[in-house]
Design a protein around this ligand. Sequence first.
Ligand code: PLP
Length: 459
Amino acid sequence: MDYQLTSVAELATRYLHTLETRKVAPTSEALQNLSRLDEPFPDFSTDANTVISLLDEIGSPATLASAGPCFFGFVVGGSLPVALAANWLAGAWDQNAGLVSLSPIAAKLEEVAMRWLIDVLQLPAGCGAGFVTCATQANFSGLAAARHALLARQGWNVEAQGLFGAPPITVVVGDEVHVSVLKALTLLGMGRERVVRVPVDGQGRMRADALPPLDSNTIVCIQAGNVNTGAVDPASEIISQAKAAGAWVHVDGAFGLWAAAASERAYLVKEVGSADSWAIDAHKWLNVPYDSGIVFVRDPKHLHTAMAVSAAYLVQGETRDPTHYTPDFSRRARGVEVWAALRSLGREGLAHLVERTCRHAARFAEGLHEAGYEVLNEVVLNQVLISFGDDEMTRRVITAIQEDGTCWCGGTVWQGKTAMRISVSSWATTGEDVEKSLEAMIRIAAQVRDQLKTEAGTK
Ligand SMILES: *Cc1c(COP(=O)(O)O)cnc(C)c1O
């Protein structure tokens, strides 16, 4: 039997090498080629080799090179080689990670990875965790646990009775709340518009002095790592107020919570560990393949009760069946890559990964500031916001940078101003990549400025 894996390994390795030289964005030719896939459903079978060749030929060039070292859009990490390799082996295993009985190895690796993460992220020992697809799903799961705990305290069984007629829960968020938290609230029946929004400061941090009165029917959602600025909400002030009132605190720490792993950055998330639930992404800063997020809940029984499929599952047995901690039942064994990345990096490697990317971000800010462009945020983590002038100029520079293809950055609007966002989240980015990308950004911004001048002159 030819499993195709040797030949696909060659194609994949070749693809990864093209990342060093190709333009980050796909060419228009590559995008046009996608229409070749618009064929009718084949009447007859095709051999696997032909299918994989077609996939590589049409597919590989039509990717955004986000796995490469010069992708700075959104908050997107690459895949550590060890994590990608583990993903391949796990693919061959094809385990259903929902139950221990279906995959003893998947359950074991999750348990070990969970223990290591609780340690390195400085979360309370004894936390429960669920390995989910992304931070949106982790926010959903953490908030489901919160909803359960708050309503159970009032004698309401939300899993059995739903929310119709339930006592109301107040949800407090910062004005800079990530949309994924609002989406999670939508899915949970708690309503994205029923939230109480707290004003933020110039870095997007929730103002602890502007919190509404809190009580034991309140969930306070704080953020560790604003997608634009990287700023972390003042956890200790907010959590102490929330705790005093008996409120639940949920932390959206999709990428920012990883700061705990680097001693130079850990101060940013000090006290975040005294919350009740946390959401984090592994496909961002840990650099494992998609899709991979994790929810942690201080008291595992709240997550367990919110996620278990029926009351019959409520008794926790000797073994930790993964499905009792996630919305899914059948799913892939995504804990495998989390384990492999952590096992390979170790405490020191993980700290270096976080610290190195933060330093690269600081270098971008320094270089662009020196070139005369405005850095809109305090660069405390891996996120940098740049204004190249007025909104029109900044927008044009972003488009030109994407077209040039040396690197890729996206746009955002920060407190009313159009900005380019640089997120350094990949293990693969080197100091050379940063200098090369900086040079391109500065060169392109000067060209756009000249073009705009010429256009103004000819009007
Ligand atoms: C990226 C991000 C999310 C959403 O993460 P997904 O993995 O895309 O669901 C949520 N919150 C914050 C702060 C983020 O940075």
